[in-house]
Design a protein around this ligand. Structure first.
Ligand SMILES: Cc1cc2nc3c(=O)[nH]c(=O)nc-3n(C[C@H](O)[C@H](O)[C@H](O)COP(=O)(O)OP(=O)(O)OC[C@H]3O[C@@H](n4cnc5c(N)ncnc54)[C@H](O)[C@@H]3O)c2cc1C
Length: 524
């Protein structure tokens, strides 16, 4: 594997000098823990990545308390929680690098660092687990969390301050304050309850009821109380994160939750790229003597050493296959009913300059929701859910290099954008996505100097958890949110746990699925 010095018997040192976020200390700690198995855990300084664990030809010589399959943010969070509670942990990952949905690579041109999947982390910065762990990343907060261009120089915006956001909404100002101010005031309690398994009795009944009464509603009902195009546009973009038609129950809750996160915690990116989240979690694991192995696909429990707990950061069908007889009949039935949701088509751009948005707000926003009015965004999402490809898709755009100069050479920019498409789609949406951006930023196309696209099939090849291009751990709905048919959604058999985004609270980089699965394992 690139970056690995196989000659080094005990401690592998970085090839090109060490300039990354790790000090030598965790590398040494990792080396020490890996000496037990006769090889080393290595840090590739050229790419600032933690790349590998023990050698593939080694025989397992030690017993682990827990084996975690999959080094996405949830698998790594599960391993970090187990490690910091004194358990000896092995993490096994099929890809050549750790990170799952938090990987950053030069996808277009040298010197342009692109987040392959997750880019913006409202749920990461709000995550009770990451905060408790003291996740060691540098959150970069753009001046505006979010803008939503509407044409003719107009845009809806979400600022950090609720009052300032409401003040821009004219006749909707009072209503916005009435809905959001109490939720933002109780944001920590709100996040604790909604970033957890909904099967539990809420820890904070007051704020839970306040969000749940509105949040259970379809986004279309919530928006009907607003009349300004700005408020309606913003709510459309927020609700679209549910990847479900706006007439579906609970889509209102997704819009509320993301707005509360923006006001209370911001919508930051990570300096250096989302990969830093994985590296920071890995550091916790190796500091505690854990081991991480990459490039090893797990097909069944026979592929991993015996351990008291096996925690799977995989999708339900893989969990059934890997767990075999250890999956309880009840959980097998429940997991068999799991369904994939729609897919995404993504484009990463290397640009010759900043995106020339025609409104004043979007240049200051980390995330720009591109799709126009509520009606247009609703139509685009409905089209996807009925199996079609919208001519004018709703596009989520992130412009990391505007606020994190480490992402692109001086004077150049990166941009990241994707739209929803039907499950398994192989339709190339590049033209439709770029037309939408051009609509609100004339001259955008002229700035493109490099481009990388990924369709549903390529996403699944990148990460087996993205089945037919579904990036959300399954279709959104009551069954998924409430994990119907289960009172303990993380334990799926004797000593067997599921921790991927198919479990509550679902998609996003927050580590809470991993944390709760680890807590369940620690209790048993
Ligand atoms: C295009 C895109 C944009 C996104 N944007 C955001 C965003 O801006 N903010 C946000 O919070 N979230 C975003 N997400 C979602 C986020 O990335 C995921 O919800 C999150 O990564 C899920 O974490 P996880 O640990 O459950 O699974 P994953 O990140 O999918 O990790 C699972 C890991 O398990 C490994 N694995 C699977 N099967 C096996 C096996 N059999 N053997 C060994 N290893 C295996 C995989 O290779 C992978 O590394 C985005 C996702 C995509 C694709």
């Amino acid at each position: 594997m690139e970056g690995v010095d196989r000659r080094c018997p005990t401690l592998c040192v970085p090839r090109l000098g060490h300039s990354g976020p790790f000090s030598d200390e965790p590398i040494r700690a990792a080396g020490r823990s890996a000496i037990v198995t006769g090889d080393a855990l290595v840090f590739d300084a050229e790419r600032d990545h933690l790349v590998t664990g023990i050698g593939h030809n080694q025989r397992w010589m030690t017993e682990y308390d827990a084996v975690v399959v999959g080094a996405g943010p949830n698998g790594l969070s599960a391993a970090a929680e187990l490690s910091r509670n004194g358990r000896r942990v092995l993490v096994v990952e099929q890809a050549d690098e750790i990170g799952g949905g938090t990987r950053t690579e030069e996808l277009t041109l040298p010197g342009f660092a692109h987040d392959i999947c997750s880019a913006i982390h409202p749920l990461g910065v709000a995550s009770p687990f990451f905060r408790d762990l003291g996740l060691d990343v540098d959150w970069v907060h753009p001046p505006l969390p979010l803008s939503h261009p509407l044409g003719n120089g107009r845009a809806g915006v979400v600022l950090r301050d609720v009052g300032a956001t409401a003040a821009r909404l004219g006749q909707d100002s009072e209503r916005y304050m009435r809905i959001f101010q109490p939720l933002v005031t109780a944001a920590d309690a709100v996040m604790e309850d909604f970033l957890g398994p909904m099967t539990l009795v809420p820890g904070n009944p007051g704020s839970f009821v306040r969000l749940a009464t509105r949040g259970a509603l379809p986004a279309s009902v919530i928006v009907s109380g607003f009349s300004s195009p700005e408020a309606r546009g913003v709510l459309a973009g927020l609700a679209a994160h549910a990847i479900a038609p706006f007439a579906s129950p609970l889509t209102g809750g997704v819009a509320l939750l993301f707005a509360v996160a923006a006001h209370a915690y911001g919508w930051p990116m990570v300096r250096g790229g989302s990969q830093r989240i994985a590296e920071s979690l890995a550091k916790v694991i190796v500091d505690q003597g854990g081991t991480i192995e990459t490039s090893r696909m797990i097909h069944s429990l026979d592929d991993i050493p015996q351990a008291r707990a096996v925690v799977l950061d995989v999708m339900p069908r893989s969990a059934i296959r890997i767990g075999g007889d250890r999956v309880s009949p009840r959980d097998r039935r429940r997991l068999s009913a799991w369904k994939t949701g729609p897919a995404v088509f993504k484009v990463d751009w290397a640009l010759d300059g900043p995106i020339p948005w025609s409104d004043d707000s979007s240049p200051q926003a980390g995330t720009v929701h591109v799709g126009g009015s509520w009606e247009e965004v609703a139509r685009a999402e409905d089209t996807v859910h009925s199996g079609g490809h919208p001519d004018r898709p709703f596009v989520l755009v992130a412009q990391q290099s505007r606020f994190d100069p480490t992402r692109a050479p001086t004077g150049k920019e990166t941009a990241w954008g994707y739209c929803h498409v039907p499950s398994g789609s192989d339709v190339d949406m590049t033209e439709a996505i770029e037309s939408q951006i051009e609509r609100f930023a004339p001259g955008f196309r002229d700035l493109i100097i490099g481009r990388n696209t990924m369709n549903a099939t390529q996403f699944e090849a990148h990460n087996p958890n993205y089945i037919r291009g579904d990036i959300a751990g399954g279709g959104f709905g009551l069954r998924k949110v409430f994990q119907l048919g289960s009172t303990a959604p993380y334990q799926i058999g004797y000593g067997l746990y599921l921790c991927s985004s198919a479990t509550p609270p679902g998609a996003g980089v927050h580590g809470m699925c991993g944390y709760y699965a680890a807590r369940a394992a620690l209790k048993s």
